[in-house]
Design a protein around this ligand. Structure first.
Ligand SMILES: [Mg+2]
Length: 225
């Protein structure tokens, strides 16, 4: 029997849905747009995407905009000599349009979230990335209204594992530390970040030496409900 929690803090990306197939589809969509409309080779677009992402990640480490596909697209345009104004937004749109097509909730996520709501417990989403795209993801997944509080790293000013983002969600939720738990797939950001803030945390995945792990939301229902 696990400890009883009534305030649940959840990560979004790669926790509530599987990220990699979505990203692969998004990247293929972006590349196909460039090949079809801009007469570029797949290889040149892929190389530009990878180097653009590396550059933006390095420059904006710890900030929500470090993940911005619009900034990656703008950087791609600059690197390939394309019009930034004409093509940054269409490239970004091609990425997200194809990303969303693949995005589905993991098994039992909805059942888990609805069970929490049915018990009148509280739910916060604590997520790195910009607010606009995270709200679009929640809308697409059809789970946005189940969260009492949604906090992005853009509005917190810092990314996980920084205490600020957990603290902002915690304050908005009016939670109690002893009955709060964070669940996420990134050990350093989600698990160690939440513990450093002073709440319990479970790792979504398997890790040697870590006893607080869940491997699915079917598992989570068993552990927490
Ligand atoms: Mg994640």
């Amino acid at each position: 029997m696990s400890k009883k929690f009534s305030f649940f803090f959840l990560d979004l990306d790669d926790t509530l849905y599987s990220y990699e197939p979505c990203h692969e589809a998004g990247l293929t969509g972006l590349i196909n747009f460039a090949v079809t409309n801009l007469s570029l080779t797949r290889e040149s677009v892929l190389v530009a995407y990878k180097s653009a992402r590396k550059e933006i990640n390095a420059r904006l480490t710890g900030q929500a905009a470090s993940h911005s596909r619009l900034l990656y697209a703008k950087e791609i345009c600059e690197r390939l000599g394309l019009s930034v104004v004409n093509y940054s937004m269409p490239l970004e749109k091609a990425y997200w349009d194809h990303f969303f097509i693949k995005m589905v909730l993991r098994e039992d996520v909805l059942k888990f979230l609805e069970s929490i709501k049915a018990r009148k417990w509280k739910l916060a989403l604590v997520t790195d990335l910009t607010t606009e795209i995270q709200l679009k993801k929640l809308s697409h997944l059809g789970i946005g209204d189940l969260f009492d509080v949604i906090v992005t790293s853009e509005e917190a000013g810092k990314e996980k594992p920084a205490t600020e983002i957990f603290n902002l969600a915690f304050r908005k939720l009016k939670a109690e530390k002893f009955s709060s738990v964070m669940i996420g797939d990134n050990y350093e950001k989600d698990v160690l970040g939440a513990r450093a803030f002073g709440i319990s945390a479970y790792y979504f995945g398997t890790k040697e030496g870590e006893t607080h792990c869940i491997n699915s939301f079917t598992d989570a229902i068993q552990v927490f409900l």
